[in-house]
Design a protein. Structure first.
Lengths: 95, 315, 315, 95, 95, 315
């Protein structure tokens, strides 16, 4: 029951999965969860039909600083050329 | 002329996609079938290679590669100056059109089988070899005169261990190692089912391509024209080169098809990593939405007709 | 009597499902196999059609369709007045039982192959045709006398471009276009593997049906009775009609099976769109949980026995 | 870093995916993310075995008004006959 | 538009799906949603390649008490031997 | 010595995995293929059983089972006292090594086919039977002297209705019921494609195993040694027992392979339920990361060489 944890939700392109995860671990996260997704945004429709055309959703639970640091890094690296959505919301971790 | 029913499956898929049918082929099956096709093509080539001698292939091989490097070098200025496309987009498209499409190649192989013609087994080796230089040329074109932040390491690994090249080479080696003597038990899967599973795969490709075909008005006249004229031009190069090198009629058709085809698996993956600022919708749209259907419906028979003409005149 | 091992796979699946085994067949594979079965049935029929003449089929075809429209019209009042079901549910169930099941048809085809009997190729055409009128009748029944908010446009597109009808028709056309001459390379996949993949599919259907079979006590006695008596009644119609039209014994079995079978792919999808207020659990439960197992284990041999009896008496 | 964004999470039946997405775009969303799901609720168990029996989860990030408008529309259109769950929670968009 | 609802998000191993769902229903939830996931945490990398190596994400919307009760039960039963993450956050239910 | 190309597919998968290729075989296809292999092995065994008499198998069967129970009882103290592993981990590993691997068995069957040797059909029955006692022994070892909270009910259901045992037994019964007379239409899928689909599955297994192989330095020298020495020791038991029981050379190879192989499907699932406090990374790492590759590349040919030697010496 730690206080002040945040949930960072990243939606981006499937081909970036391994790279993003390396960066997330590098920045000190102690866990992450990935699910497959599809969607539509500024970079057009991503139908999820094949890897080139699919999204992933990565969730990381951690401190405010960690979440901000990950956002800053991913924004800097990928925002210009890849589909990207970054969301933060507070959560209670119960274990 | 040989009629090849597998292309009808592509048409069926396109119609389903355009009509927003609820027909869906799950991604998992699409991916498994693409692994299968790459392996099967590789193994078939490997077995054929095991029966032939490699040494006399080196010189013609070099010629084929050289022309393969030429194609993106021709595409690039055309796209940049006539099409007015950005540097990165021109380079990426050049790489796509210099590279090759395994499924288009497979359709041409099926076409030859239907027509009862044989071909040189080492064409599959060229299928593998031709994937690579075009990608490298494309990246160099995109990066020329830029602050050198090219991730060559990542990109080359992407190319060689990207599934297309990796499975083709892996299949070649396995087919070569097994040879005609030990391949027997693998034949029912990798040879007998090839046509049927290609048909199934084309159905799925039709569904995927439908979305690109529907976006077609956004591509602009120039890009559509390019996506049709460029393949024919490349095929002409291939027909003359094949004939010049003394390939069989079947081998020449395959060479022309290789040159004419545009990648939509290996190149998109490699370009997304190496030239991320290029717009992938443009290159996949052109290669999958225009060139691929053009090639399988019109191109392959046309290239065959051209080759046949040359062989009957020149031969 | 012919023993057909494929139905054992269904049983295996049901047992696994009821015993909560961790055996799972991924959705993706289930969907790919259903695409395969629809295409294979369509192609087989198309090839057979290419060998026969179509004109003399028009009149018997009309008779077959007419009886096909009759079945939901009989189901509806039975369900509403005897079963006390709501209008929408009665109409939806009527559409399910008027429509047909491709897998039940396939089991009957396998049964005939095991018994060494041939059948008319155009039975597959009726398979396609019979899917449609029952759905339309069902929707009309549900909507009759209601504020006309029927989404006919969407519904008809759902029916014709729904994957069942679309793939059956597509397969028919491809098979017809290829004909016996060009179908050769597709045979290993679409003909030789048919039985095996049907067995695999039945395993999956068993897993899915297990959940419906387990819910069985909630359906009520009337619905269970209906799901068994109605198919037999429809099959009797089919046996007499087939015999009257001079079909072969095999053709008559298939016609009886078509009438007796209840849809669980096309009809649920179409009804969910057109008559959303009907409870889908009711109609899928009855057709997949009761009628389908009844038909493949008891129905098909029973209908064969009935047809055989009539032919040996009347023939 | 726009203020006052909300995350709308919709869980409903897979066959409604295309229809709901059309309505979401019509109402002015500038993106959405879809994942496949299964579940159980008032409309019974949805095992995710085939399309008829599967759920989808659609997420839309947008203004309060957009989220409310989508909820109102979907509730009106689908609540009576289809499985439906509509959730709203505040999020920070970091890009 | 009921007040004071919470979203409980559970990430755990796929083989526990049936067991956890039984417990969740037993404790009185009136619905749940499951999606497939992969991830990494204290129990190592779970690549999602096969069932033994996959995660699931279970979401339950309910009262504070329900969410706490589920957390307590799952923590007690599975925390020691299985990968487990339990998160709670407030949501508005719009239907 | 027979060269079996299917193992090259495993190698290809391992290389792709280690090189972080983007080659991925979707989970759905992996799972469908494992269902296929279990069913195909079961059906093949069942058809062979239908041709043989069962009574004379009871005594040798008991001997084979007895030695099968002995293996985990030997593993356990070795792991606990020499390896210093915890009770739960020792017991879980003992269960894994006492149990068997269907894919290793399949590779040995493919090896025999390549070598042109036959084997006793009832070996498949032993494949099924040997899965079970080792798991029970493993659970008993873990629970001995503990507050008895063993969930025997759940565990036994997990074992018998776990997909491995369930599909093997189901396949056996279907194959037995169909017999050589009715199995014909299922042959293209379950017999002809077996080798090819096994190759495809091995490619996927290579991808999965790569991760375990990469973790290999963390296992410690003892565990790696155990994962290589124990199989050879068990195989020696199998070779002598098979010879003593008068099995054919092929049958003896299969028995040795069964003893030598370690489970990575049934055992992990059962142990995770019954002995959750054991660390699954340890046992899957050893069985999939070390023993499985060792067995298919070195073990099977080695055990064949040992058996051949004994048979040529011992007459
Ligand atoms: N407003 C939004 N709501 C939900 N998901 C979004 C939204 N915008 C973007 N996304 C997701 O993020 C991915 C990349 O976004 P974009 O960079 O805008 O193309 C899209 O494919 C969607 O899956
Ligand atoms: N209390 C709940 N918590 C989480 N998911 C729910 C809940 N209720 C419903 N759902 C999801 O919403 C879908 C449709 O809900 P319903 O309309 O209640 O059948 C279900 O299949 C679940 O996936
Ligand atoms: N900090 C985290 N952020 C997001 N997901 C996590 C985190 N920690 C654990 N998880 C997920 O929960 C699963 C089990 O966690 P664990 O028990 O720590 O191994 C992991 O496989 C992840 O999917
Ligand atoms: Na080219
Ligand atoms: Na019917
Ligand atoms: Na063993």
């Amino acid at each position: 029951m730690e206080p002040d944890k945040y949930l960072l939700t990243i939606v981006s392109e499937s081909i970036l999965e391994d790279r993003m995860i390396d960066e997330i671990r590098e920045l000190g996260a102690n866990g992450y969860t990935v699910t497959d997704a599809r969607g539509w945004g500024k970079h057009g429709k991503r139908r999820g039909k094949w890897q080139q055309d699919s999204n992933i959703q990565i969730q990381v639970v951690g401190s405010r600083e960690l979440c901000e640091a990950i956002c800053a890094r991913l924004k800097d690296q990928y925002q210009a050329d890849f589909g990207l959505l970054l969301l933060i919301s507070p959560v209670e971790v119960k274990n | 002329m040989a009629f090849e029913p597998v292309v009808l499956f592509f048409l069926l898929g396109v119609i389903a996609g355009l009509a927003k049918s609820d027909l869906k082929i799950p991604t998992a099956v699409y991916e498994a079938l693409s692994v299968y096709l790459l392996l099967a093509i590789g193994i078939t080539g490997g077995v054929k290679l095991a029966e032939s001698t490699l040494l006399p292939l080196i010189l013609p091989g070099l010629a084929i590669l050289l022309v393969g490097c030429l194609i993106p070098l021709i595409c690039y200025p055309v796209l940049q100056y006539f099409g007015g496309l950005k540097r990165a987009d021109s380079a990426s498209l050049a790489a796509h059109y210099g590279s090759v499409s395994v499924v288009t190649f497979s359709v041409a192989v099926a076409f030859l089988a239907q027509a009862g013609l044989d071909y040189e087994g080492h064409m599959v080796v060229f299928l593998v070899l031709l994937e690579i230089p075009a990608l490298v040329v494309g990246i160099l074109l995109a990066r020329a005169g830029m602050a050198g932040k090219t991730r060559w390491g990542k990109t080359l690994r992407e190319v060689f261990f990207g599934k297309s090249i990796f499975l083709l080479i892996g299949g070649l080696i396995i087919g070569f190692a097994a040879g005609p003597d030990h391949i027997g038990p693998l034949e029912p899967l990798f040879f007998d089912l090839f046509k049927g599973l290609l048909a199934f795969f084309l159905l799925e490709m039709g569904l995927v391509a439908a979305a690109k075909i529907a976006d077609f008005r956004y591509y602009g006249k120039f890009l559509i024209g390019f996506a049709i004229v460029m393949p024919v031009f490349s095929a002409v190069l291939g027909v003359f080169l094949g004939w010049g090198l003394g390939l069989s009629l079947g081998g020449t058709l395959l060479l022309a098809t290789l040159y004419a085809s545009a990648s939509y698996i290996a190149a998109p993956a490699a370009m997304r990593i190496a030239v991320p600022e290029a717009n992938p919708a443009l290159s996949i749209g052109a290669s999958l939405g225009v060139t691929f259907p053009f090639n399988i419906f019109v191109g392959v028979p046309l290239y065959f007709w051209m080759a046949d003409l040359l062989y009957s005149m020149g031969g």
